[in-house]
Write a protein that binds this ligand. Structure first.
Ligand code: ADP
Ligand code: MG
Length: 189
C-alpha cells in the first residue's frame, strides 16, 4: 500500500481499558469507514503516548481495506509536500489531486510550529477538503492552543471551524502508554 503508515497498528489491538477517553462504540463505528462517504473528519486530541497515532493508523487501515484511497503523513510532511508543489507552480493541481484520496491522515499537528507560509498552505489543504473529502487529524494541543502552532489565532480559528464542522472529536487522556509498567518517575521517598 502507498499510504505510508509509520508502522502497523490495528483497532483490534487497542486496549480500551487503558484509555477511558476512547469511546469503543464510536471507534467501532468509525471502523466501518461510513464517515468517509459524508466527507466527515476525525480529530484525535491528547497528551503524548495516549494512542492518537495508533487509532489514526487503525482507522486508516480500515479505510484502505474497504477500498478507499488513503495517505498518511505528519503535519510537517504535508506542508513540505505542498511547499514543493507550490514552488513548481502546481499547488492547485496538487490539492485537486489529493481530493481523489477519500482520506488524508495528518499526524502530529502542534509538535512543530508553522511559519506563516506553512500555516497558509496548511489552511489551504484543510479548506480544499472541507465538505469534499475526509481528514483525520491528531494533536497534542487542545484547540485553544492551535493559535500558537499557526502563529495566528485568526487562521487557527478559521481552520478549526472548518475541521470541526463535520467531525467526531476524541479527547484521549492520561499518561503515556509508552511508560506503563515503569516505576513511578517522580518519587517523594
Ligand atoms: P500518541 O500518538 O498519542 O503519542 P501512540 O499512538 O504512538 O501515541 O501510542 C504510543 C505507543 O503505545 C504505541 O506503540 C501504541 O501502539 C501504544 N498504545 C497507546 N495506547 C494504547 C492502548 N490504549 N492500547 C494499546 N496500545 C496502545
Ligand atoms: Mg503520535
Amino acid at each position: 500500500k502507498a499510504a505510508r503508515f509509520p508502522g502497523f497498528k490495528t483497532l483490534e489491538e487497542f486496549n480500551y481499558d487503558h484509555q477511558p477517553g476512547a469511546d469503543r462504540t464510536l471507534i467501532a463505528h468509525l471502523g466501518t469507514s461510513a464517515y468517509l462517504q459524508e466527507a466527515k473528519n476525525v480529530i484525535l486530541l491528547g497528551p503524548p503516548g495516549t494512542g492518537k497515532t495508533h487509532i489514526a493508523i487503525g482507522l486508516g487501515i480500515k479505510a484502505a481495506k474497504s477500498g478507499h484511497r488513503v495517505l498518511f503523513d505528519t503535519a510537517n510532511g504535508w506542508v513540505t509536500r505542498l511547499q514543493e508543489a507550490h514552488s513548481r507552480g502546481k499547488l492547485a493541481a496538487e490539492l485537486t489531486r489529493l481530493r481523489r484520496y477519500s482520506l488524508l491522515v495528518i499526524d502530529e499537528v502542534g509538535y512543530v510550529p508553522f511559519d506563516q507560509d506553512a500555516a497558509n498552505l496548511f489552511f489551504q489543504l484543510v479548506s480544499s477538503r472541507y465538505e469534499h473529502a475526509s481528514l483525520i487529524l491528531t494533536s497534542n494541543l487542545p484547540f485553544g492552543r492551535w493559535g500558537e502552532v499557526f502563529g495566528d489565532p485568526t487562521i487557527a480559528s478559521a481552520m478549526i471551524d472548518r475541521v470541526v464542522h463535520h467531525a467526531d472529536v476524541l479527547s484521549l487522556k492520561g499518561t503515556s502508554y509508552r511508560l506503563r509498567g515503569h516505576k513511578t518517575i517522580t518519587s517523594t521517598t
